[in-house]
Write a protein that binds this ligand. Sequence first.
Ligand code: GLU
Length: 312
Amino acid sequence: MSAPIGRLAPSPTGVLHLGNARSFLLAWLDIRARNGQLLLRIEDLDGPRIRAGAEQAAIQDLLWLGLDWDAECQRQSERLLVYRQALEQLIHKQRAYLCNCTRRDVENAASAPNLGEEGPIYPGTCVARFDHTAAAKLAQQDGVMPNFRFLVAPGITQFVDRFVGPTAMDVAQQLGDFVIWKRADEAAYQLAVVVDDAASHIDEILRGDDLLFSAARQIQIYTALELPIPHFAHVPLIRGADGRRLAKRHGDTSLRSLREQGLSSKQLLGWLAWQSGLQAAPTPCTAAELVADFDLQCVPPTPVTWRGSFNA
Ligand code: GLU
């Protein structure tokens, strides 16, 4: 088996926090333990949510953690043409269509029982509404465009997640056709991530389980573009003592603030390794010291709980 290729893909929308540190550490270990290659990709497509300086801060945090990568970092904002080509291919295959529904339209069209996990299920209002050659022309010209949606294949999307195990999702029933090109004339996350991972030959994706449902959408895009599907591993997020997703209410868990309070990266890594089943106690250590014995099977399936202290 050839050495795996993985990636670290921070979004520069804010500072990295404890939860990001754990997912990035596991992604890094999973590749380093198998002598694979790691790439760094800055996912800076989220327009107004991108914060100045966040990219540099994320890179600084990753280096502070002792996580490295093997090639020059890639930025999604520099790859719009490649995403546009993928959109054109999907239009050509009649798997992408123009949609001028606003969020409000979708919400109004979907009655209460039609609420999926991620909001209202798109009722298909614009399927076959616009001629697809018009859509293709629009995709080639610059300027403000309507959304493009991906035509979801009906039925169950199945895959075996390396962490979660066999997973089955019905994207059509749970979400409906989803946006792959945004009104602001920019690829949406689901399309950009597939195009980038395929172009970089990424075959191992390890990330937080908040993206588990996205994997089913991404598999549908891989399939439509006839690209090889990578392996996925979705690990639980860190939660607060109240069981809720880590947020401001649980205190400032940004790596920058923890560092400013005097926490060393070794203390943090020791705690993360202990919480991730890689050490019997929160003994300070470096990321590199965890490589030799790393085994994804040791990581418990339950979420890590942050109780406000790095001690046992
Ligand atoms: N950029 C995304 C995030 O920071 C990760 C996307 C991915 O790993 O596919 O949440």
